[in-house]
Design a protein around this ligand. Structure first.
Ligand code: MEV
Length: 380
């Protein structure tokens, strides 16, 4: 293959649900999350002369010549250091003539940042990137992490082809390649969310169900299927603001907020113990009773942190009247609620719940959890 030529790359990455532990996980405590079969899909094709990004979901199309990018990329930081370089980030903002608060442009900012670092060794390769997503944006299901993982894996896919790399990302699922994908995606998440825990990009990279603590991901074995219902409150919120809000409260009222976060941590740990027991011989009825208690208490604690929302409270109340327990999932402040459906709940009750919630203006989804992480292929 001649220099700077590559075949089209197709990559997809899943969204995620946090079952327990949101916000506490930011402070090194345990959270439990699972991948969700709503995916972001990206195609990267060669382009004859320009670098073009097309994100129809947010109505964005931008393109640059290699010369324009060369000038910007002169200032890029060292690839070894995967921490956000704010001087360089400001230069990208200036180059795009955008403010850091412009969320629509956030994906383009991450693209330019990752492109300059990942493609460093081979220079500027003209390409066209198209991104489409089944994941509702900004709703707490990790849409930005799925995009970050697609960008990271997709660009590494182009790099390996251009370099003629033998153990490429396409043929070789090594833990070092997965770690690299996850690392660049984490950098992109930091650009987007300030101080994320890394749970979203990790789940989107590796898939499955996992325990996450202090940046470490541990797979959780789940022998029996968990049926879940997801409810989008259709209230937009910003993860960064919510994480900051909890952070400020934690500094202002440490004696109140730290015990709340520790209780959330204990809920995640209790869930993991119960899952193990359920995998062995814990009776189904007992398991679901524990699960409901944990979900209900976790929701109350999150309300105490100030990250629930009238719509989330309404969803949980509506579900409770039908004997279903729900909690917010993700950062809160709107976004999604999650309910685990015990086998004892009839299909009819689930339908009634969905109808009731949808007449109130919410959107319900049923999707598989524990699916594969990123999947990448070359289109020849
Ligand atoms: C966001 O999906 C989950 C939070 O815990 C933030 C994070 O872990 O980065 C609120």
């Amino acid at each position: 293959m001649e220099k700077c030529r590559f075949h089209e790359v197709k990559v997809s990455a899943p969204s995620k649900v946090i079952l327990f532990g949101e916000h506490a996980v930011v402070y090194g405590m345990t959270a439990v999350a699972a991948s969700l079969d709503l995916r972001t899909r990206m195609r990267i094709k060669p382009h004859k002369s320009r670098i073009l990004v097309n994100f129809p979901d947010v109505g964005l199309k931008e393109s640059w010549s290699p010369e324009q990018l060369k000038t910007l990329f002169q200032h890029k930081p060292n690839t070894e250091i995967l921490d956000v370089n704010y001087v360089y980030l400001d230069l990208i903002h200036n180059f795009l003539k955008t403010e850091s608060s412009d969320l629509r442009m956030a994906s383009v900012i991450c693209f330019l940042y990752l492109y300059s670092l990942i493609m460093d060794e081979v220079g500027i390769v003209p390409m066209e990137i198209l991104v489409e997503s089944e994941i509702p944006l900004g709703a707490g299901l990790g849409s930005s992490a799925a995009l970050s993982v697609c960008l990271s894996a997709g660009l590494i896919g182009v790099l390996h082809q251009v370099q003629g790399y033998e153990k490429s990302i396409f043929e070789y699922t090594s833990s070092s390649i997965q770690k690299e994908v996850c690392g660049f995606a984490f950098l992109s998440e930091k650009i987007l969310h300030g101080t994320p825990s890394g749970i979203d990009n990790s789940i989107s990279t590796y898939g499955g169900m996992c325990r996450f603590e202090k940046g470490n991901l541990e797979p959780v074995r789940l022998e029996r299927n968990l049926r879940i219902l997801l409810i989008n409150t259709n209230t937009f919120r910003n993860t960064k603001d919510l994480v900051e809000r909890v952070g400020e409260k934690r500094v202002k009222y440490p004696d109140i907020v730290k015990p709340i976060l520790e209780s959330i941590h204990a809920i995640s740990e209790q869930f993991l113990t119960s899952i193990q027991e359920y995998n062995q011989d814990l009776n189904e009825k007992k398991f679901y009773k524990i699960l409901e208690d944990l979900m209900d208490t976790n929701q109350s604690l999150l309300t105490g942190l100030g990250v629930s929302h009238p719509t989330l409270d309404d969803v949980c109340r509506t579900l409770k009247k039908l004997g279903i327990v729900g909690k917010l999932t993700g950062a809160g402040g709107g976004g999604f609620a999650l309910a685990v459906l015990p086998p004892s709940i009839s299909g009819k009750t689930v339908l009634v719940a969905k109808d009731l919630l949808e007449t109130k203006g919410y959107t319900c989804y049923q999707a598989d959890i524990g699916v594969n992480g990123y999947v990448i292929e070359v289109v020849k």
